[in-house]
Design a protein around this ligand. Structure first.
Ligand SMILES: [Zn+2]
Length: 176
């Protein structure tokens, strides 16, 4: 992150001023994403448009765009997934339930810590929502074949592993 850009922001203050923030985060800085990534390189672009909702509550429209390398759950190969999404967020002060029911299910409720939120966590949450529940590479020509190759590779690997002790033994025998 560029120096001088605070990650934790005061939602109510930004909402009062209708501030729009833009950030770029390395995907490698998003801990909840790591299990899904075939490659931690890349970045996510995020924008946060803060606004005051009815009743003076603070909210924001969070939008993200990224092309992470995901692991295909069918062939276990990495593939680029173009992810984009946006959500209407309402910041909750931690009193769960009351404001969610008042606004209906249209807005995602995001809990604040004493009125502050981490922009990086907001972006991470939004990116997770934009990713498929089960990632699949949708290249029928190759998808589904790779596990066969992997099994073949294992079978090929096993004898070569087994020959190593023998060759070591042969070296030993030559020396003695
Ligand atoms: Zn695949």
């Amino acid at each position: 992150m560029a120096p001088g850009l605070p990650d934790r922001v005061d939602c109510a203050h930004l909402a009062d001023d209708a501030v729009v923030l833009e950030r770029v985060y390395p995907l490698g800085e998003m801990p909840r994403l790591q299990d899904l990534l075939a490659d931690p390189r890349g970045s996510v672009r995020a924008s946060f448009a803060f606004a005051t909702l009815g009743g003076g509550r603070a909210g924001a429209t969070v939008a993200v765009e990224a092309t992470p390398q995901l692991v295909c759950q069918r062939c276990m190969q990495g593939f680029a997934f173009a992810a984009a999404g946006s959500s209407e967020i309402e910041f909750s002060s931690g009193l769960a339930g009351s404001s969610a029911e008042a606004t209906g299910a249209q807005r995602e409720i995001f809990a604040t810590e004493e009125g502050r939120v981490s922009l990086r966590e907001l972006a991470e949450e939004e990116l997770l929502l934009a990713l498929p529940i089960v990632a699949a590479c949708s290249t029928p020509q190759t998808c589904g074949r790779a596990p066969t190759y992997q099994v073949g590779g294992e079978i090929q690997d096993m004898p070569s592993d087994r020959t190593r002790p023998f060759s070591a033994l042969q070296d030993l025998l030559k020396k003695t």
